[in-house]
Design a protein around this ligand. Sequence first.
Ligand code: ZN
Length: 129
Amino acid sequence: MTDERLLEMAIEARKSAYVPYSGYAVGAALETKDGHVFTGCNVENAAYGNTLCAERTALVKAVSEGYREFTKIAIAASGSAPYPCGACRQSLYEFAPDLEVFVTWDGHVDRVPLAELLPYGFGPSSLGK
Ligand code: ZN
C-alpha cells in the first residue's frame, strides 16, 4: 500500500473519533506485514483514564484478529502534529520496533521511525523473548 493511501485511511478513520472532552480527533491506519490495514480512532471517556488513543485502538483490533507484524502506521489529526503519546509508542514497540510512523495534520506530513520516537525501547528482547 502506498504511504499516501495509508494516510488517506487515517484521515477517514478520524471521522469516527469520539472526543467530547478534548475535541482533538485522531485517526490511525496500521499496515500489517502482509498488507492488511486496521484503522482506529481515539475514544474518550468521562473517566479520562479510560480514554484510548487511535493508535492503540488500531493495534488492539489487529492483534485481536491474529496479526502481530506491522510495517507502517499513519496517524491523522488537525491543529497540531499527532506524534504518538508515550503509551502508544511503547505499545507499538512491543510488536514492531522497526515501524515507520507517518503523521499528517493540516496538509503537512512527517515520517519518523518508531526507533527515533522511542530510543532504547523496552521490548520482548529485553526479557530474552
Ligand atoms: Zn497514544
